[in-house]
Structures are given as C-alpha cells and as structure tokens.
Design a protein around this ligand. Structure first.
Ligand SMILES: Nc1ncnc2c1ncn2[C@@H]1O[C@H](COP(=O)(O)OP(=O)(O)OP(=O)(O)O)[C@@H](O)[C@H]1O
Ligand SMILES: [Mg+2]
Length: 435
C-alpha cells in the first residue's frame, strides 16, 4: 500500500476520533461500528481461565472494551477484568508510570498505545492506505500539569505512545487551534476568533487570527494567546456525585460513637474516591470492606440509614463504577436540555433515584465555572484584546453543551457572535486539515 498524508487524531480524555483529508480537499472521519465518528478512549484487560495455572490476557479498546467488560460483569466474572479510562489525565503525572495488571507491568505509554493501535488499524482498513503519520491534538494545558516540566513529560509520553502504536511521524497541534480549521475554511475574510474546547478532562481556549490571508501568517502571529484549565466534564460529574449520589449512599449519615459523639458513619475519603469513577476499583480492598461492614452493622443497630450503607457496599463489591458514571453523565446531559432531571441508577439490585434541577447543578459547579471564566478573562487581558474585538466565538467539545458554560460566552460576547461546531469531531477534522 502506498503511504499517504498524515491523518488527524484527537486522542481525548473521554472520546477519540480520526479524520483524513481526501485528495479533493474534503475531510472524512473514521466511522465506528455504531456509525459514530468517535470512540471511547477506554481499554479493558480480560484474563482468560485456561485450566490450571495457564492464563492468557486479552485486551480490548473502545466500544469492544465496554462490551467485553459488561459481558464479563453480567456473567459474574468481574474480578478477572480491568477497565481503564481517562488515561490522558495521567500524562503529566510523573509519579504515575504505569500499573500492574494480572501480574504484568504496563507503562502508561503502553496502555495508551493499546487504544491508539486499533484506531490506526481501523483507519488503514477504512481509508485503504498505510498510516504511519499523524497530526495529533494536545490540550493547551494537560490536566494536573503545573510546570513546564510536567508539560514536557506529557508531550514525551504522548509521542512515545503514538510511536508504540505504529506511528512513525507525529506532529502536535493545539486542540483548540485545530478545532478552528474547519470554521476557517468557510471564511471569505479574516477574523479574530476565540475558540473554547470543553472536553472531559480539560477546558482550553485560544485566540486566533483566521481567514484567507491569516492562513499564510506564521503560527506565532496567528495564535494571539492560549489558556487552559484542567477541568471539564469529569469535574462536573464529580460534583453531581458529591451532591446528588453520595448522600444516597450515606455521605451525610452519622453514627454515634462509644462516647456518644456523632461522627460520619463512613470516612469522607471513601466518597472522594467515588467521585472519579475509575478510582472506585481502588476501594475494593479488604480494609475498605471492613470499614463498610462495621459501619453497616452500626447503622443497623442504631436504626439509621442502614439501607444507604448497604447500597454503598453493593456498589463497591460489584464494582459498578462504570455504570454509576454512565448514569451520572446521563443526568448531566439531560440537564443540558431540560431545567430538571432525574438521576436513576438501577444495577446490581440497586435502585437509586434523585431529582435535580439545573439551578442546583449550576450552583454545584460554580467553582469550576469561575475557573473557566477567570481563564477566559485572563486570556483576553494578556493578549490585550477586548471582548468587542473578538469577531466570533467558536465553542466545541461535549461539555460545551452545558448551558452555564455557554452563558459565560453569551454574556461576554453576545449570543450572535457565539457559534458551535460539531462538538465531538471538530478537533479531529481540523487536525486532518492542519497544514
Ligand atoms: N449534552 C451534553 N451536555 C453536557 N455534557 C456533555 C454532553 N455530551 C457530552 N458531554 C460531556 O462531554 C465530555 C466529553 O467531551 P469530548 O468528547 O469533547 O471530550 P474529550 O475530547 O474526550 O476530552 P478532552 O478534550 O478533555 O481530552 C464528557 O464529560 C461528557 O459527559
Ligand atoms: Mg477534546
């Protein structure tokens, strides 16, 4: 097969997409089995029992990972699988080099490559040519990256993961800048635009000159400034869990100590681990089991909230973190479209329900919204571009559907100037178009 130009790859915290530019200049996306143009950034390790001590380990990525995980859990075999996601969030974390799975050590780069390689192979199949070159998106600020060293580490690891997945030539491009390429291709005159990309892990902003003549400027003159905060949809989910779900699992429950003092029935750190679903499996330890068993027994004796603590134990015992997270995300998505929604979780014999209004949700995510606003204002100030000088605001990424996020921009720039692109694939399309 002949080698072709680079494909664009958006390896996201939650979702990944691949796009290519055809010879006629149009862009098409890699389509997945369900017809969607993006696939979950998730990997599942499954240990096969092959009689005696011989056990092989299979890995699955994307939708196949979710399917294998749910199949295994449905069959009560969850202890022999490991589902891993949000890997992008660990890229700048020097202390996290990898993890041990079924007795074998995997580096972070290895794990990410297991998501990227199937993407490359599927794209080769569908596009009908070899793929060894990619233009790869990177956030303005990686989640948790505080220093230039953190950023350099994230870039080195991301590049190594792509190499391990069979890509030989990698070029990095800022995700929000990529997202602007598609919009730019529709322009007949130059504009100054602000791009906001709100994903699962990061919220990124760029001020860019776009248009027919701006296109020929060097990048340093085109990009007027960047800003980013390491929080987005995952952080919103965590707030919903804290305020809506955890109370139904006993986070507000108290129990009476021997000295007749009222204390939390379950230590707060257990609920903190619940807020990021992929930490939930860290709670499946004997120590936690003992804490919860004792708390449950006390609650039964004192006649308080025993059902909540029982639900918490089931959730952890049955490792229902993935399903819990899905239910929370469904509630969040519903709140993007309606003023009120119901959180509903029925799995493993549990049936949790809680009503929530958009106003409550917005109050819970107020600290995140403030950080986002501060980043936008800081960017405008540091680039010395007042809000009225911004011709257009382009919002993308799944979390740009959150009305409170959109309001930040509508207020500053008026709704007329705020436009939305294809929230899930504009970065990949733009990477494919990237010169
Ligand atoms: N309608 C919606 N309302 C609110 N949030 C949504 C909606 N649809 C998707 N999301 C959220 O958007 C996030 C995923 O968005 P996206 O696919 O753009 O992220 P990503 O590219 O994987 O992440 P990142 O860019 O941070 O690496 C998830 O947190 C998801 O719950
Ligand atoms: Mg993204």
């Amino acid at each position: 097969m002949p080698e072709h130009p680079a494909v664009g790859i958006d390896f996201g915290t939650t979702n990944s997409s691949v796009a290519r530019t055809r010879a006629d200049g149009t862009v098409d996306l890699l389509r997945f089995a369900n017809g969607s143009g993006s696939s979950r950034s998730i990997v599942f390790f499954e240990q096969q029992q092959q009689g005696g001590a011989r056990r092989s380990v299979d890995t699955f990525a994307g939708q196949a990972a979710i399917d294998a995980y749910l199949r295994r859990q449905g069959a009560g075999l969850d202890a022999t699988g490991r589902l891993i996601q949000s890997l992008k969030s660990y890229l700048p974390v020097a202390s996290l080099t990898g993890t041990e799975i079924f007795g074998r050590r995997y580096t972070l780069e290895d794990l990410i490559a297991r998501i990227l390689k199937p993407l490359r192979e599927a794209a080769e199949q569908q596009f009908g040519h070899l793929i060894t070159r990619a233009t790869v998106g990177r956030p303005v600020r990686f989640v948790g990256a505080e220093t230039a060293e953190d950023d350099a580490l994230a870039v080195t690891r991301l590049t190594a993961a792509f190499h391990a997945a069979g890509f030989h030539h990698i070029r990095l491009e800022l995700e929000p800048v990529a997202a602007a390429h598609v919009y730019e291709s529709t322009l007949t005159q130059d504009e100054t635009i602000l791009i906001g990309d709100f994903g699962g892990g990061t919220s990124d902003f760029s001020l860019v000159r776009v248009g027919p003549s701006a296109r020929s400027l060097p990048p340093s003159e085109r990009v007027l400034g960047n800003a980013g905060v390491g929080l987005a949809g995952d952080a919103f989910d965590a707030r919903l869990i804290r305020h809506l779900v955890s109370p139904a699992l006993g986070s507000d429950s108290l129990s009476r100590s021997l000295g007749n003092k009222l204390l939390p029935a379950v230590p707060a750190w257990i609920f903190r681990n619940l807020e990021r679903w992929h930490y939930l499996s860290f709670l499946r330890t004997r120590a936690v089991d003992e804490i919860l068993r004792a708390a449950h027994t006390r609650a039964l004796r004192q006649g308080e909230d025993a059902d909540k603590l029982a639900a918490l134990r089931t959730l952890i015992d049955e490792d229902l973190g993935y399903q819990l997270h899905q239910a929370v995300a469904r509630t969040k998505v519903a709140l993007s479209h309606a003023e009120a929604a119901e959180f509903r979780f029925s799995e493993g014999g549990l049936d949790l329900r809680a009503a929530v209004t958009r106003a409550e949700f917005e109050a819970w995510i107020a600290p995140e919204l403030e950080s986002i606003e501060a980043a936008v204002d800081g960017l405008l100030a540091s680039a010395a571009i007042p809000a009225p000088a911004v011709d257009r605001v382009f919002l993308t990424g799944g979390s740009s559907f959150v009305p409170a996020v959109r309001r930040i921009f509508n207020r500053r720039f008026t709704p007329r100037r705020v436009v939305t692109g294809d929230a899930f694939t504009s970065v990949a399309r733009g990477l494919a178009l990237s010169p």
